[in-house]
Write a protein that binds this ligand. Structure first.
Ligand code: IVH
Length: 669
């Protein structure tokens, strides 16, 4: 073997290390996957030819060796413990109080970090090299998963140290980042394979692969949260110092790691992490508080399998299991038939869930959801609850596959499935199908549309069932008698509704566009159209090509809009609405000099304005030739931020979008 080869080998190792760091740690790859592979395979080539050169820290271990037959057992020198839980402030306060009494101190410093939802592993480094990795198992004996752990890019195979300790055991959590999990599921769905239920299960399944190549294909990550046994270094006095040492050796530790002084700061930390939970790149199920001083930890000791010096303060669970009692079919305003699972009510993610949309037949088939199944329900943050999977082992014998009906359950018309759509639709249309009529009314009345307060579900049902309202324009023909004769309506509430209807007549162009229910035209598109067209006359005369030419309006949307306005009964509906007195301020584009500044400029409004309504602010912008959008992007010219501005403000800051206060805006006007 020549020196040249050895030199090349070192070069390749260095290159890979560099690109691994860019890819896994910085998330900023510099070269394509295939360019990376090329370097990688050159290295494998040399190592295969000259096996003597294969060192334990070689990065080629990352692709994994040959599959193993059985996991070997690993006895933990120091047991891997579990944590006690607190589920509310009171439980956590009691924990802190007890510790203070036991230690006879007034205030305790805690090391605090998120509780990652993955799997505990112990990594053993000897003289700086990763020699063994094991699962927690029963706490005293785990399984040897070294071959799989080596495939995780962020776990160093060699510690960053010129003088590494003889033995250094690091404990931490292996997990699958949320984004990686979503991408993996997309890939699996494309291949028609079963989807993974959640990142935790995905990580667990990946780590238990017998073939490390399978693990290598799963994007896992690791964060260290403690030490096991060690030799050749001095014991630290504080847990936080151990974490610093672990980081110094090149292992990932939590970027959220902090010291909290006493109960109050711990609670503030819990609140802060809870608020940011959804935006963290990995799943967490709480925060962990650990007494920082090791001397105190030793004094406090353990109870059964958990230390007395640490506690997990858990968030409300985001996943629960429950029984799927039945599947209802709901018909919406556009005729779409939506299967809805009726659940045995279950408390999950902070609310009680009893109905969950199953979306369409494909979704039901993919998850193989049947009546009577035991299912896992998930509600994370403000996301709509969903069924993530069926627990197949609990399926009752004889449970049959569920098929959506061939006819509309409301009007009996045939259903159809358009080529590009996942949903099936009732062909009856609003004239035949009362469910579609009710849907249109509910849509029209909602807060974000015409904002008719008091026109709820029950009234809508009665109006349609009694034949009082055939389309939304009939709402404005209702009399006091019509309304007060309905169930649970007196003269007073009937008058209130009439007042609300009257009030709703003064609206804005974009609200009107949204309210009339053009298929797929949501609030954002409605605003876009109101920005683009001077008047309803212009909008309704717009042909496909003109609509298609507008940025962010695709062909399907353009088609829907053009067809809507060409339809005779829609024309009639609009004309009836206008004759009932519906109106909005028309936008007169100001041709004066100062208007030039706003031309082609896009603004976003957020928070509450004190000196004008948002609608007024919008009008002022539009009048001057500017545009108003509902979401921030790099293209946004300025964000006008009123009081209590939230996520839009943060986003604008991140994207470097100009931020104007209400006063700045007024000055500009
Ligand atoms: S410390 C002696 N810290 O939670 C203390 N555990 O419920 C041992 N976990 O088995 C654990 N994030 O898998 C600790 N920041 C963190 C953690 C964490 C997640 C897991 C770990 C442990 C389980 C206990």
């Amino acid at each position: 073997m020549s020196d040249k080869i050895e030199k090349r080998l070192e070069e390749l190792k260095k290159l890979l290390k560099y690109h691994n760091h860019r890819y896994y740690t910085l998330d900023e790859p510099e070269i394509s996957d295939s360019a990376y592979d090329k370097i990688f395979y050159e290295l494998i080539g040399i190592e295969t030819e000259y096996p003597d050169l294969l060192s334990l820290d070689s990065l080629t271990h990352r692709v994994g060796g040959a599959p193993i037959k059985k996991f070997k057992e690993v006895k933990h020198d120091i047991p891997m413990l579990s944590l006690d839980n607190a589920f509310d402030e009171e439980e956590y306060s009691k924990f802190d109080q007890k510790l203070k009494e036991k230690l006879a101190v007034k205030l305790i410093d805690y090391s605090v970090e998120p509780k990652l939802d993955g799997l505990a592993v112990s990594l053993r480094y000897e003289k700086g090299l990763l020699v063994q990795a094991a699962t927690r198992g029963d706490g005293s004996t785990g399984e040897d998963i070294t071959h799989n752990i080596r495939t995780i890019g962020t776990i160093p195979l060699k510690l960053k140290s010129d003088n590494p300790p003889a033995v250094f055991e690091v404990r931490g959590e292996v997990f699958m980042p949320k984004k990686a999990f979503d991408n993996l599921n997309i890939k699996l769905a494309r291949k028609g394979e079963n989807l993974l239920v959640n990142p935790r299960n995905a990580a667990a399944g990946s780590l238990r692969q017998k073939d490390p190549k399978m693990t290598a294909a799963r994007p896992l990550d690791f964060i260290a949260y403690g030490l096991g046994t060690f030799q050749g270094i001095e014991a630290k006095q504080k847990y936080s110092q151990s974490i610093k040492l672990i980081a110094k050796f090149g292992l990932p530790v939590s970027p959220e790691f902090k010291i909290a002084k006493g109960l109050k700061q711990c609670l503030a930390y819990y609140q802060d992490i809870a608020k940011r939970r959804e935006s963290l790149p990995y799943e967490i199920d709480g925060v962990v508080f650990k007494v920082d001083r090791i001397e105190y930890q030793i004094k406090l000791g353990f109870v059964s399998r958990a230390p007395r010096w640490a506690i997990a303060y858990k968030f409300p669970a985001q996943e629960e299991t429950t029984l799927l009692l039945d599947i209802d079919i709901q018909v919406g305003r556009t005729g779409a038939l939506t299967p809805v699972a009726k659940l045995d009510p279950v408390f999950v993610g902070g609310v009680t869930v009893s109905n969950v949309s199953l979306h369409n037949q494909d979704e039901i088939d993919r998850k193989d959801i049947r009546k009577g199944d035991t299912v896992i329900v998930r509600r994370a943050g403000d996301v709509i609850p969903q069924i993530v999977a069926v627990i197949m082992s609990k399926r009752k014998k004889g449970a049959r596959r569920f098929k959506l009906p061939q006819t509309c359950p409301d009007c009996g018309s045939k259903v159809e499935k358009l080529e590009d759509e996942a949903v099936i639709r009732c062909t009856g249309g609003p004239t035949k199908c009362s469910a579609q009529r009710k849907g249109a009314l509910r849509h029209f009345a909602q807060r974000r549309a015409m904002n008719i307060e008091g026109l709820g579900e029950q009234l809508v049902d009665q109006f349609v069932t009694k034949g009082l309202v055939k389309d939304v324009s009939d709402l404005y023909k209702l009399t006091l008698d019509d309304i007060s004769n309905l169930d649970r309506m007196g003269k007073k509430s009937a008058q209130n509704l009439l007042d609300e209807l009257e009030k709703s007549k003064n609206t804005s162009f974009e609200r009107f566009i949204y309210s009339i229910g053009i298929r797929e035209v949501g609030e954002t598109t409605a605003l876009l159209l109101a920005n683009e067209f001077n008047s309803l006359t212009d909008l309704s005369a717009a042909k496909f090509d003109e609509l298609r030419a507008i940025e962010n309006i695709g062909p399907v949307m353009a088609q829907n809009i053009a067809e809507f306005f060409e339809n005779k009964s829609n024309q009639m509906l609009i004309s009836n609405l206008l004759s009932s007195g519906l109106q909005w301020k028309s936008i007169v584009h100001d041709q004066s000099k100062e208007s030039k500044d706003f031309k082609n400029k896009t603004f976003v409004l957020t928070g509450s304005l004190q000196q004008m309504t948002r609608d007024d602010a919008k009008q002022e912008i539009l009048k001057r030739g500017g545009k108003v959008s509902s979401s921030i992007s790099k293209k946004t010219d300025a964000l006008i931020a009123g009081e209590k501005a939230g996520s839009k403000l943060t986003k604008a800051q991140t994207l470097g979008v100009k931020i104007l206060s209400e006063q700045d805006f007024l000055t500009l006007l």
